[in-house]
Design a protein around this ligand. Structure first.
Ligand SMILES: [Cu+2]
Length: 405
């Protein structure tokens, strides 16, 4: 069990100490994964190119003679992040001037059960201990100031790439934190919309971290809130934050899911499973059943819910069975929303928002309408909606009965 750190990104002497332990870890790993290594071509060159790109991104800003940021006119506020499927406290329409929104996230590595029925588990790599990482909300023109902390007992280095930001690989080049380190990154939210963020340490570690849960979403609202095509305000009563997660969990020769002692121990096996591009699980909010049964999302008839759907790695086609996407923003919030959608599209590597006002009580399934994924891989959530049934919208005129011949 050795700390597992990307060797292409070491700069300080402390990091060189870590490099020694990492190389020892790599040697141990190649022993453990020798069978896999023989069968599977390793992306060595692609790894090296990716790592040098990250190093260059960090050096560019370090060497820069750029002027300091002009922070005049900004007010500092703290945003307390909360676990999914909930959203942090926020304003839909911004009051006052632009803000510097201070947030803190820890890179937490934890053993998580993916499917209780099969015992499938993963050493999840997380932002803030949840899959997906917490939803961040700000307004266009605000600055996000993130303190990213990697606990001393972590096995791995982490960083963060915000798709909503501009420059330095989305911040990925400036935020590599090793176990026991923290960093602070500030960036300006210039593009309104929903965006994914994810860990991207370099090379094959990027998809490895992402497919171990290290991704989440930020919503950058227009300062005057969401609008329809005619400019009329659109407001929601609640947010349901759903993160779609593809896992590629290694199995043994009997078809049982393998278990590992620590984060990173599954690296060689995972790379082999990932190369199939065939997920063993594609779940909402980290695990099969995380948003169904007792964990179902709740709403009332007449309630307007904004469903924010993050999918960092794979394309998804969300569909609310028995309902619709009244307004859907697959792209920027400055674009006119799609309306009356039956199924919408979340491009892998992005997040999207869909707004719906519930009109009937009952249980609604919110699924990936690749129904193999929805029904067999875990991509399902439930909304339990309370209220009065409306026979004008639907009525069972005749219950199932034998018909006369
Ligand atoms: Cu990471």
């Amino acid at each position: 069990m050795t700390k597992f750190i990307n060797p292409g990104l070491m700069q300080t002497s402390r990091r060189n100490v870590l490099r020694g332990s990492m190389l020892a870890g790599a040697a141990a790993l190649s022993g453990a994964g020798a069978m896999a290594a023989r069968r599977t071509p390793q992306p060595v060159k692609a790894d090296a190119i990716s790592r040098s790109l990250h190093k260059a991104a960090a050096e560019q800003t370090a060497d820069s003679t750029a002027k300091p940021a002009d922070l005049s006119g900004y007010t500092r506020v703290k945003q307390e992040l909360v676990a999914p499927p909930f959203a942090p406290e926020h304003e839909q329409v911004a009051t006052g001037g632009p803000k510097i929104i201070e947030i803190t996230m820890e890179t937490t590595e934890k053993l998580m059960v993916v499917d209780e029925d099969t015992g499938a588990s993963v050493w999840a790599l997380t932002f803030g201990g949840s899959v997906p990482g917490p939803l961040i909300i700000c307004h266009e023109g605000d600055m996000v100031e993130l303190t990213l902390r990697n606990p001393e007992d972590s096995m791995m280095e982490h960083n963060i790439d915000f798709h909503a930001s501009t420059g330095a690989l989305g911040g990925g080049g400036l935020t590599h934190v090793y176990p026991g380190e923290e960093c602070v990154l500030r960036w300006k939210a210039t593009k309104p919309g929903c965006f994914t963020y994810h860990c991207a340490p370099g090379g094959a570690m990027i998809p490895y971290h992402v497919t171990h849960g290290m991704n989440g979403a930020i919503m950058v609202l227009p300062r005057d809130g969401l609008k329809d095509a005619d400019g009329n305000p659109l407001r929601y009563d609640s947010i349901a934050y759903i993160g779609e997660q593809d896992y590629y969990l290694p199995m043994d020769e009997n078809g049982d899911y393998k278990t590992y002692e620590a984060a990173g121990d599954d690296y060689a096996d995972s790379l082999e499973a990932m190369r199939t591009l065939t997920p063993t699980h594609q779940v909402f909010n980290g695990a099969v059943g995380a948003l169904t049964g007792e964990n179902a999302l709740r709403a009332k008839v007449g309630e307007t819910v904004l469903m924010v759907h993050n999918s960092c790695n794979v394309d998804s086609r969300p569909h609310l069975i028995g309902g619709h996407g009244n307004y859907v923003w697959e792209s920027s919030f400055t674009d006119v929303p799609l309306t009356g959608m039956e199924t919408w599209f979340v491009r892998g590597g992005s997040a999207a928002a869909a707004m719906y006002t519930f009109e009937q009580p009952g249980v609604y399934a919110y699924v990936n309408h690749n129904l193999i994924i929805g029904a067999m891989l875990g991509g399902t959530a439930h909304f339990v909606v309370e209220g009065e049934w409306d026979n004008n919208l639907m009525e069972q005129v005749v219950a199932p009965r034998p018909f006369e011949t």
